[in-house]
Design a protein around this ligand. Sequence first.
Ligand SMILES: [Mg+2]
Ligand SMILES: [Zn+2]
Length: 225
Amino acid sequence: MRVVFVDRDGVINLNRKDHVKSWEEFVFLPRAVEALAQLTRHGFRTIVVTNQAVVNRGIISREKVDEINARMVAALNAAGAKVEGVFCCPHRPDEGCSCRKPRPGLLLEAARKLGVDLTRSYMVGDTLGDLAAGRLAGCRPVLVLTGRGTSQFLSGEARHRQGYMVSRDLWHAVRRILVLGGLVKPGWLEAARFRVSTPFPIAGTGVSSINTGIDALAGDPRTAG
Ligand SMILES: [Mg+2]
Ligand SMILES: [Zn+2]
């Protein structure tokens, strides 16, 4: 099956500097639920992959994180957005685990357990670490500009990297994935944006459709080319 792996904080829900510690602090981003419901309607599976170092930092318990995720999944299911699974890394960066993004462990585990065709799948996230994990797992990476996305996109590090798509938020990322998959027809404005933003395949990335942020920043001279 083909899947859209989705990061949680900053993509599905509002990123909090002090972390989401309870369901009361979990706030869905605009149109995120609708975006995931669209994926379900068009036959894409959704898997959430999230770093939660708050667990091993002792800020909240694993049970609490699992409860928040379960409530998120219940709310999404109720809105017609089916989630196949939530895969969560509880480790701190210094523990050197293989599952914390930018490592691809969570995606590979999900692929093994659920039978995911990684090369036909996408990873949508708001950090360069999400993109790296997606790429290492063999998926097509998509950066969204919600959460930490904009600052990550404008960072020096991001400028030297290519081979990922950029969308302003999860809803736009989903639209684009569906258009690329031939599942929906683009509107004229989308068609125009996608055309400018799909110039060349980038060697070695295995990604056939690339841009440099134009979906979100069309006409912005800073991102031209
Ligand atoms: Mg995030
Ligand atoms: Zn881990």
